[in-house]
Design a protein around this ligand. Structure first.
Ligand code: CO
Length: 215
């Protein structure tokens, strides 16, 4: 059997399982979504967002890209963010990195990988920003782990620096932004950073809005 057929067969089993427990499962889940969380994670196949957080369909609005980056000119990410914050009105945005991330690892090396060089360049910028701290870590694996963490912390900042997030903070006092890292070696998530609505960020990245706050 060709490997992809396994997926289609598993889908049939999935439907039977769900309908076996609740005949209206699909009818109910197709009605609407009201997720409380936007998840921005890595595309890595070993980090299944719903599984590691024990969430069900309808609970997580998900965006994944290589190395869970929040790039302020990435219309894909920004569209997801805007829709999640303004239309779905999520309460929390979670950026989740993971140890052993291939994107971060490749950014630490000099090998030319083609187009993705341009994407990974953002991680190199983070490395340069924290080069003193990173280069004081003698163990390569430990340095790699720390860059994974710093990359998450930077993406939390990047989110707070968007007018989308600041506008929602100003008007509605949400969302809270979280930076987590997943350890594939243990299965545990670790909290690295948390930004409450209205948190102070660098002046140069702070927007002023005309309409008065509703809070
Ligand atoms: Co990764």
């Amino acid at each position: 059997m060709e490997s992809y057929r396994k997926l289609l067969l598993a889908n049939k089993a999935f439907v039977q399982d769900k309908v076996g427990v609740d005949p209206n499962y699909f009818k109910n889940s197709a009605v609407d979504q009201k997720p409380e969380f936007l998840w921005i994670g890595c595309s890595d196949s070993r980090v299944p967002a719903e599984d590691i957080t024990g969430t069900q369909p309808g609970e997580l609005f998900v965006h994944r890209n290589v190395a869970n980056l929040v790039i302020h000119t990435d219309f894909n990410l920004l569209s997801v963010l805007q829709y999640a914050v303004e239309v779905l009105q999520v309460k929390h945005v979670i950026v989740c990195g993971h140890f052993g991330c291939g994107g971060v690892k490749n950014a630490m090396h000099r090998k030319d990988l083609g187009l993705i060089n341009k994407w990974l360049r953002h991680i190199k910028d983070t490395y340069r920003l924290y080069s003193r701290e990173l280069e004081a870590i003698p163990n390569t694996e430990a340095r790699f782990d720390r860059l994974v963490e710093l990359n998450v912390i930077e993406q939390v900042q990047n989110l707070a620096e968007t007018s989308i997030v600041q506008h929602a903070w100003h008007l509605h006092g949400r969302p809270e932004i979280h930076g987590w890292v997943y350890d594939m070696r243990t299965g545990y998530l670790k909290e690295l950073a948390r930004m409450q609505p209205g948190a102070k960020i660098d002046d140069i990245y702070t927007f002023e809005f005309d309409e008065p706050s509703e809070q």
